[in-house]
Design a protein around this ligand. Structure first.
Ligand SMILES: [Zn+2]
Length: 192
């Protein structure tokens, strides 16, 4: 699947904010960044990178006004920090290039920009690097995962939570209640 760039020509991805670990711009701590950032003036039109369906529009403390478009069963495009909620209703069909929202500076943001994610499902954290989608390098489904929410990576999650002081149990690799609770605390206190 190839995605068109959902922001206008002339703007590029912030080199300090690629997908993956980076120094958080607010806390200055090393942290996983689930998408890519593109600095854009507030009110810049954003487009659908491919045909799809609006599956979520909402507002959160971190993401601000948010839009999620499903392009394929395992490809969800997430737009954060929008100026205002998208005019599109949930369930709306969109075509590649359609205007879907206006970029903004809402939520946990240090300046006007689009935070753009590709998720393998609608749920938070299930992200993959968006960049290969722009070159059409992903066929037919994304293979790269961030290792945080993958089914087989609960041991890795426990190790990560232990290192950050959120989890004090044994590294069992099992998705038990104490691990999930620790992860939830980490996600609530964290950012992306
Ligand atoms: Zn971001």
């Amino acid at each position: 699947m190839k995605l068109s760039q959902p922001w206008p020509e002339g703007y590029t991805v912030n080199k300090n904010s690629p997908f993956g670990y980076r120094t958080d711009p607010i806390t200055r701590k090393r942290k996983f960044h689930h998408g890519i950032d593109v600095a854009l003036p507030v009110g810049t039109p954003l487009t659908a990178g491919a045909d799809g369906t609006v599956v979520h529009k909402g507002s959160g403390a971190s993401g601000g006004n948010t839009l999620i478009i499903m392009h394929a069963p395992d490809v969800y495009a997430v737009y954060y920090h929008l100026q205002k909620p998208s005019d599109l209703p949930k369930g709306a069909k969109v075509q590649r290039g359609d205007k879907v929202a206006l970029s903004g500076n809402t939520g946990r943001s240090t300046g006007p920009h689009l935070h753009f994610e590709i998720r393998k499902s609608k749920r938070w954290g299930d992200t993959v690097d968006p960049m290969p989608f722009f070159s059409g390098a992903v066929t037919p489904a994304p293979l790269v995962t961030d290792g945080i929410m993958g089914k087989k990576s609960w041991a890795a999650i426990q190790r990560m939570l232990t290192a950050k002081g959120y989890y004090k149990g044994a590294i069992t690799g099992r998705k038990d209640r104490s691990t999930v609770r620790a992860l939830q605390t980490f996600l609530n206190e964290g950012s992306w």
